[in-house]
Design a protein around this ligand. Structure first.
Ligand SMILES: Cc1cc2nc3c(=O)[nH]c(=O)nc-3n(C[C@H](O)[C@H](O)[C@H](O)COP(=O)(O)OP(=O)(O)OC[C@H]3O[C@@H](n4cnc5c(N)ncnc54)[C@H](O)[C@@H]3O)c2cc1C
Length: 815
């Protein structure tokens, strides 16, 4: 085969992800696709994977992606003639204590809401399916009949054959040594056999993806970690039957699968070992690390308790293979924010075989369309930010995530490692006042404030957690007097230039061509009318706007704006997140407090809702935004970082006789649920239009202005809505909503919650979720139903609400 000098799409890496992406690109009809593999196909992490294929994840779309893998593995042999070793022998998950049993039951509910048949079993029923195990400590188990196992190398070869059959060219022993980028766009790759120019590059290099990304100036935050599993000889006197389900025993941190009459057993040690901190050795192909029995012993001890027959089983091998893990335990997919047409599919956290088929399909569709086929936010490369350029931070967080792979995933659980890394100017001041911080995108953010005598520390449980009443106090202060939230971690951008209005008018669904001083809540839509960003836009000058978005969406939103602001206009986009502090003063006493420290006229007439002004507080210029995310009178005060401490002190002093107090993000969540404010990434996503989300009022369809997404919305407007975001409440305080519960209407599954929590003012559990019906969801349909929510496999009657629970007039009366 002659070596090419140009190609349309180059995939780097011939593991399961590269081959699956190639297969799906070819199936979609892409031409001129080549795969470059430094060694031979499968020689990275793929060849030594254990081959368990589980499907359930906490996101519906990522679960769908894993279901797509199973569909593919079932049918691939018929397409290519090469078998995949796929066996649908089901998957068992054990629970050995009360909390784990709640977790497993909640997972089963999640599975049901995604249309998956997860069954709950007694210990005895589980043992009937897996007779080798001791169940004396088992409380219950969940069984997913459609899970299974496969042979990783066979799947990969089969995918490669399917790709070749459709014209993809594979070049093994061809290492990529450099990547050319011009004007922010990839133009070619340098290899050990010569340069190839191209339109698009897909980095599927597993644990090498970080160094290959760096060749293009792209950050791929992952860390190789040692991962071990043992294979036994066939058990005696009876070999393990070939149809034995896979078994996950998270309380003992271990997993099992059948292997030629014996067992594979591996697990996730709480003290994982990072590998290749200084770079992966050259030509590390078909290579393993040394067996580390000392480290494996802790898992072996657990396995012997679960499967006493292992005591006498011969050990065939202990495989120690490195695999790439990521700081949040999810893989990394999508177009890199740094370089156009450079895509990544890597960091598969030991579920790359389970994900391979579906992830390759989604990535291929993303490469071809330039946007993901559905909302893939949990795995989107744009969820990371500047802190993830720090190798030490990435390594520590990744090791923590690895160690927690099987531990309880508690509601509201926070990471402990690599903190603090990004702090607001007020960090120490708030810490001294009892702040219990959470970590979001590297930022330390106060979640709640411990009163005197209480330790500012979360105590996790599936019941009401230790901070519940304290947050109730913060919530009530926000409704009855005033609170200050330190929201300095908000993503903050400046859009300026002579064409700023024209450029933003194109990307914003709401009308931003408003006078200086206007504040506009708007969504940014994709061409299907789906919501890509949810931001506040303030006009600060004729040629300048100020954009505020959520802490976690900084890279995503910046990248979306950068890619979608029209070309050829006089407009600049600048990220000023770290340079500016945000303190939000909210509550009925906000005006009285603020008026003590500024000469500005704060009356409704002079400073109406939905406007911004520059005011002076404690000698500092402050940009005051009359806006609220909690349904109360209030101002977000944005200012250069250095002003933050003085302004905070002035506010606290002025409010001391008006009930001012600090409050945190947990109170914000409860307050916003009552008011019906939506959160992007859960209630709002690219899969939902403003009409479905109840935000049609924020779209300028009545104007004649062109904007991105308009055509799609115009087509959708006359059609019946197929899904609609609504609110549910359950008064019973013993019930706990977390935001993944299933929604039943007249006994039929119609959706699942996107958010959930407790409303302290209305004293009820609150959940939001999309009710779906192919024939249409209008108000009559919604009102005519009887609703229940399934929580940990139990159905509880609930009330439906079509508007905010906290009446906005209550806020106005107080104002
Ligand atoms: C011990 C162990 C057990 C596991 N068990 C399971 C399991 O039971 N179930 C499951 O789902 N997953 C499991 N996994 C995880 C799974 O193996 C991986 O997630 C998956 O193989 C990753 O595939 P990949 O294509 O991303 O990476 P890889 O298979 O590593 O492929 C990357 C390829 O890129 C090539 N490459 C790198 N740099 C260059 C370059 N510069 N130029 C050209 N080519 C380059 C490499 O040679 C390599 O072939 C396990 C992993 C380990 C280590």
């Amino acid at each position: 085969m002659t070596f090419p000098t140009q190609a349309e799409i180059i995939i780097i890496g011939g593991g399961i992800i590269g081959c699956s992406t190639a297969y799906h690109l070819a199936k979609e009809g892409a031409k001129d696709v080549i795969v470059l593999e430094g060694g031979q196909l499968t020689n990275g992490s793929t060849w030594h994977a254990a081959g368990l294929v589980g499907q359930l994840r906490s996101s519906a779309n990522i679960t769908q992606l894993l279901k797509n893998s199973v569909e593919l593995y079932k049918n691939l042999e018929a397409d290519t003639g090469l078998a995949t070793g796929w066996k649908m022998n089901g998957g068992l998950r054990l629970a050995c204590n009360k909390d784990r049993w709640i977790e497993v039951k909640r997972q089963a509910t999640t599975a049901h809401s995604f249309g998956m048949p997860m069954e709950l079993l007694s210990a005895k029923e589980a043992q009937d399916l897996w007779p080798l195990m001791d169940v004396s400590d088992v409380v219950g188990a969940a069984f997913m009949p459609t899970d299974g196992q496969a042979n990783p190398s066979d799947i990969t070869q089969s995918l490669a054959k399917g790709a070749r059959m459709r014209g993809v060219k594979f070049h093994e022993q061809t290492q990529v040594t450099g990547i050319s980028v011009k004007n922010g766009r990839v133009v070619g790759v340098e290899t050990t056999k010569g340069f190839i120019s191209c339109e698009k590059v897909v980095n599927c290099c597993g644990q090498w993806a970080k160094e290959v990304g760096r060749m293009a100036g792209v950050n791929v935050p992952l860390q190789p970690v040692e991962h071990q599993y043992m294979i036994t000889e066939p058990l005696t006197p009876n070999a393990v039957p070939g149809d034995l389900p896979t078994l996950r025993d998270p309380d003992r941190l271990i997993y099992f699968k059948e292997e030629v009459g014996g067992l594979v057993m591996g697990g996730y040690e709480p003290n994982p070992i990072a590998w290749a901190r200084k770079g992966i050795p050259k030509n590390f192909y078909f290579s393993l690390l040394n067996e580390n029995w000392d480290h494996f012993e802790q898992l072996m001890e657990q396995a012997l308790i679960r499967v006493p027959a292992l005591e006498t089983a011969g050990v065939r091998t202990l495989t120690n293979g490195p695999e790439s893990f990521t700081p949040d335990g999810n893989f990394i997919l999508g177009e890199a924010p740094e370089v156009k047409n450079f895509f990544v599919g890597a960091g598969f956290n030991a579920f790359g075989i389970a994900s391979g088929g579906g992830a390759g399909k989604a990535l291929a569709e993303w490469v071809l369309a330039g946007e993901p086929p559905m909302d893939l936010w949990p795995v989107d490369i744009r969820r990371f930010s500047q802190v993830h350029h720090d190798d030490e931070f990435v390594c520590q967080r990744t090791l923590e995530a690895y160690g927690k792979h099987y531990t309880m995933s508690w509601p509201h659980e926070e990471h402990a490692s690599g903190r603090p890394i990004l702090t607001s100017l007020l960090y120490q001041t708030l810490k001294d006042q009892g702040a219990c911080f959470g970590s979001k995108n590297g930022w330390e953010r106060p979640n709640w404030f411990a009163p005197e005598g209480m330790e500012p520390k979360d105590v996790y449980s599936y019941g009401r957690q230790n901070w519940f009443d304290v947050v109730g106090g913060e919530h009530r202060a926000a409704r009855e007097s005033a609170v200050v939230f330190d929201q300095s971690s908000f993503a903050k951008f400046v859009v300026k230039g002579a064409d700023a209005e024209k450029a933003l008018s194109w990307v914003c669904a709401n009308d931003v061509a408003k006078p200086v001083g206007s504040l506009i809540y708007t969504q940014l839509l994709n061409d299907k009318g789906g919501i890509e960003c949810d931001v506040t836009v303030g006009r600060v000058a004729d040629d300048e706007y100020y954009i505020v978005s959520g802490t976690g969406f900084r890279t995503h939103d910046f990248s979306w704006l950068e890619r979608n602001l029209p070309q050829g206009l006089d407009v600049q986009l600048i990220d000023i997140t770290e340079d500016w502090t945000t303190l939000s003063l909210m509550g009925p006493n906000a005006r009285s407090i603020l008026s003590k420290i500024t000469d500005a006229d704060l009356s409704n007439d002079a400073f109406p809702f939905g406007s911004l002004q520059s005011i002076t507080i404690a000698g500092h210029d402050v940009r005051a935004l009359r806006v609220t995310f909690i349904g109360e009178l209030g101002w977000e005060l944005h200012m250069p970082r250095a002003a933050g401490a003085n302004v905070y002190q002035a506010m606290m002093a002025a409010g001391s006789d008006l009930g001012i107090r600090n409050a945190g993000y947990r109170a914000i969540d409860s307050l916003r649920l009552e008011k019906g404010y939506r959160v992007w990434s859960s209630d709002l996503t690219p899969d939902h239009t403003p009409f479905e989300a109840g935000l049609g009022w924020a779209v300028k369809l009545n104007s004649s202005m062109a904007f991105k997404g308009r055509e799609a919305l115009e087509k959708l407007k006359p059609q019946a809505l197929k899904k609609r975001l609504v609110c549910f409440t359950i008064k019973d305080p013993a019930v706990i909503l977390m935001g993944r519960e299933s929604i039943y209407r007249n006994g039929q599954l119609v959706g699942y919650l996107s958010s959930g929590g407790w409303g302290y003012t209305i004293e009820a559990n609150i959940g939001y979720g999309y009710v779906r019906n192919a024939q249409g969801v209008d108000v009559d349909y919604l009102k005519a139903g009887q609703y229940e929510l399934e929580i940990a496999c139990e159905r509880v009657a609930c009330e439906i609400h079509l508007g905010p629970l906290y009446d906005p007039s209550m806020a106005r009366v107080k104002a």
